[in-house]
Design a protein. Sequence first.
Length: 553
Amino acid sequence: MIDNASIESLKSSIDIVDVVGSYIELKKAGANYKANCPFHGEKTPSFVVSPTKQIYHCFGCGAGGDSIKFVMEIEKLNYPEAIEKLASMYNFSLHYTKGSSDYSESRRLLESIQKWYAQNLDRNDVARRYLNDRGISNSSIEAFEIGYVGRSQEVIAFLNSSLLPLPKAEEAGIVARGEKGEPYARLVERVTFPIYSPNGAIVGFGGRTLGSHPAKYINSPQTKLFNKSRLLYGYHKAKESIYTNKKLIVCEGYLDVIMFHQAGFREAVATLGTALTPEHLPLLRKGDPRIILAYDGDKAGVAAALKAAQMLSIGGFDGGVVLFPGGQDPADMIADGKSKEVAKLLREAEPLIPFVIGTIAHSYELSDPRAREAAFAAVKQFLSSLSQIMQDSYIPTAATLLGVSPALFSRGAVLSEVRRSFTQKKEDIALLSLFKTLLEKPMLIDEVLDVLDSSMFGEYQSLFEALVREEQDHPQLVGLSIDENIQTLSEEELRKSLLWMLSLYYREQYREIAKDNTLSYQKKSFLMRKIKTDIIPRLKRGELVAYESFGTV
């Protein structure tokens, strides 16, 4: 049995906001916190957590109680099991009048096996060489307690010699059973990475194969201690920096986290072989940090970044996305001595919502009206999941990128009219909105001419030049002035449109220069570097960069 004094000590050491917030997202509401109730379906939050009274109550279904009751209800545990679960979550040692806890037994076993893994690393030259070749320092190996596990028989022999019961090892995810009931180790011939709860209790392991196993990385299976959808590797080491610096870097793997920390980016964490999930959001919310998604720039990395950025945007998180170029990952760049370049990429992270809009749009062939219609539908669906303020802020961005009227994004837009706008002859509605704005506000023409050249308007170059010459009787300009389907932009919307046009123009110039084999290496490098390190960053900061022609290259 658990000693009563130990239970009271546990109660006094935990905070119900932290406990409940580990399972569901809480939002401040005056002196309390509110959320959608996890015990019954609802759309309007009626679940309230009181930090002063250390209780929760749902005004919809009547559920209520303290931290222990909450864990009992959400985990479907009895009273002693809930206490032991809380103790394991907060690395708290319970005292027993007799017997012991399954949780404490599992934790003791995991701690013992971890010490053995770490000792094995010192005796394995191949594993040491692998870590050194990846740029991991001895101090990082020690700090992250990296280890090594050999053959399955060695694991079973260690457990037996240490009097660690095989059934407990099975519960903790260290061993499994074969078809004939024989035990075998889940991790074999792998570099090991211990995984801790946010409060510093060991809960499982990850392993990186050094052999030819098809699964390069594997993690512990789901256990009563280990739920990979609620855990982030390295969080227990990163949380102090996360709270202090109000920043959290999410990357893709153990080595990325370790190398980020080694280079001084101590806010880095990683998901455990799975995409970012809604279950991660309560942990990401703690300390209210800005979330930076730092993923590889390959196809899989872009897809993972898009999914995560959508989820974070809908959840109201602030943050950005960094896709590492050239097939490199953060660990590689830091190991190559490029920590300054990594820092620069993190500073210039593309904000979440523009990243989502741009990535969705560029996944379609926008010159095809039907594809553009599909892109519009996808972008509109994403925007509709955001708050009204965010929708209004980013509709001009989306409209300009897709080449449609901002009015199409309005709630009252009729689908048949939207479809008709896409089947019109190739008119770039975004450009026409810009032209109509300049027709009605000619005092803005000089501002546009400072940053755009008529050659940037393609088939609309002559129309733009007629507009600049103030040819009021030009038939297309007359028609544009009375076309109610073409909207006039505010000055802020016009500015955003100019920024997007410039961004698209210079990104296209960058691609053209990269493909131009007539340029000398020095000339090509200079121009590409100028666009990438000077012009694009200034545009991202909201600066309207004066037009610069690359037509002579």
